[in-house]
Design a protein around this ligand. Structure first.
Ligand code: UDP
Ligand code: MG
Length: 319
């Protein structure tokens, strides 16, 4: 019998978690030829999520959990879950039922019968989302597909199911600053994209603010591409050429027509423009240096406080 691990990051999900397990169990019950196991990762929730998880783990014996010592973020939670996964297939999904478990049969079929290594989802509609967020997210997918070698269709989501082999490859990317959507596509393999209509969160509330989405977008590009660095270099070159032309023109003017003193506006514009460009380039450079700094510290991606996994079940940790 094939085994499937369901990796679920949970942050402040006390209200909806039990319902999530009940709803998911209904789908699982119809897939008798697979053995499902939950890996619930409590990402340092501030509410009673941990107690809910423990209660659920006592009730159902296919529930495993890892509880972090603080909030490390969804990326870290997904990493911890994948690291503990030993199933033939592993799925990553949210705890708020925005990722419908009803897609499991379709995903399993893609992996088992259609020969795919991964079955990922993309959202069909962006109902209930502000137009501004929609435009921003479109721009992000366009930019990141252009600038990086990881290609993602518009609306790509984290919700997906993949084979053991793909999970293993993902674990080989041990970077601390993780951008999973990019990592999933960076490792390659055959991915089938299925789309579905997103539904509003039923219980609890989203933890994403616009500022965190902005940070997410920057991460997405900076983690997978040095194109912004190249952009500053090219921009420097172009400005240099333009300045050269302007210098020649000014020199000729001065030599043949004498010194014309007025030039206040030109000077001011040039100083401000160059100042702006320099600041921006230093900023981009700094973004990358900051990443190098954080990466060289080689800190653990998460710290476990409680778990019901045995030590030897963690496959890749001690590598
Ligand atoms: N989550 C997490 N750590 C965080 C923030 C969120 O583990 O710091 C989990 C959360 O519990 C949920 C999933 O990530 O299962 C997606 O979060 P949310 O529903 O808030 O985001 P959205 O659906 O708006 O993308
Ligand atoms: Mg959600």
């Amino acid at each position: 019998m094939k085994t499937v691990d369901l990796i679920v990051p949970c942050y402040n999900e006390e209200e909806g978690l039990e319902n999530f397990v009940i709803q998911t169990n209904k789908v699982i019950a119809s897939l008798l030829e697979y053995k499902f196991r939950y890996i619930l990762v409590n990402d340092g929730s501030r509410d009673k999520t941990y107690l809910v998880i423990k209660k659920l783990a006592d009730k159902f014996d296919n529930i495993k959990y890892i509880s972090f010592s603080r909030n490390f973020g969804k990326e870290a939670a997904m990493y911890a879950g994948l690291q503990h996964s030993t199933g033939d297939y592993a799925a990553v999904m949210d705890a708020d039922l925005q990722h419908p478990p009803e897609l499991f049969p379709q995903m399993l079929e893609a992996l088992e019968k259609e020969g795919y290594d991964c079955c990922a989802t993309r959202r069909d509609s962006r109902e209930g989302e502000s137009a501004f967020r929609g435009v921003f997210s479109k721009l992000f997918f366009k930019l990141s597909n252009k600038m990086t070698d990881v290609k993602m269709p518009y609306g790509a989501m984290d919700y997906r199911m993949m084979t053991r082999q793909m999970v293993k490859s993902i674990m080989e990317l041990s970077e601390v600053q993780r951008f999973s959507k990019g990592i999933f596509s960076w490792v390659g393999f055959n991915t089938k994209w299925i789309s579905f209509k997103t539904v509003d969160r039923q219980l609890g509330k989203t933890t994403w603010k616009f500022s965190s989405l902005f940070k997410y977008a920057i991460d997405g590009i900076a983690c997978f591409s040095v194109a912004p660095l190249r952009f500053t270099a090219v921009m420097g070159g172009v400005i240099f050429l333009i300045s050269l032309i302007y210098i020649i023109i000014t020199l000729i003017q001065t030599l043949f027509f004498g010194i014309t003193t007025p030039g206040y506006v030109t000077m001011l514009c040039a100083i401000l423009f160059m100042g702006g460009i320099t600041e921006m380039s230093i900023g981009i450079l700094g973004e990358y240096i900051g990443r190098i700094y954080m990466e060289t510290k080689d800190r653990p991606i998460y710290i476990t406080q409680f778990t019901n996994f045995d030590d030897d079940e963690k496959e890749t940790q001690e590598q």
